[in-house]
Design a protein. Structure first.
Length: 135
């Protein structure tokens, strides 16, 4: 069993009924893997799916799927750890957005595997990640 944290780029395809990522996540859940989001990327997800022409259907589908996903609250420790990640990367001449830094902090804190297609996470030591959109 693996515990995953979904980046928004891996969460948003879940509302599309025929999307291969949706099928893969649902099958993995049946096998005992767990999937989660954070409150900050839930906001990002909701915003993104609400901009699309099928906003009402997208929102309804997400609400139907939502109970199967754990939701991590961002705590003070995560905020500070996320800022420290951003500072360390900045010292190396690299940038990371605040939401991504918070996702990294939560992933590291709870020993999760981050599902993302974002290459910004590649250089973070100790961060387990996978890209199911590339498979």
């Amino acid at each position: 069993m693996t515990d995953y944290l979904l980046d928004t780029n891996h969460a948003s395809p879940l509302i599309t009924l025929g999307h291969p990522l949706r099928a893969r996540v649902l099958k993995a859940q049946q096998s005992g893997d767990t999937f989660a989001l954070t409150t900050v990327n839930l906001a990002e997800l909701w915003y993104g799916i609400s901009l699309l022409p099928r906003a009402a259907q997208n929102q309804t589908e997400w609400q139907r799927l939502r109970p199967a996903f754990h939701l991590y609250q961002i705590e003070e420790r995560d905020a500070i750890d996320g800022a420290e990640i951003q500072l360390a990367l900045r010292r190396q001449g690299r940038q990371m957005g605040t939401i991504d830094a918070l996702l990294a902090a939560v992933t590291l804190r709870y020993g999760l595997t981050l599902l993302t297609s974002d290459s910004d996470f590649a250089e973070l030591p100790g961060l387990s990640q996978a890209n199911w959109l590339a498979d």
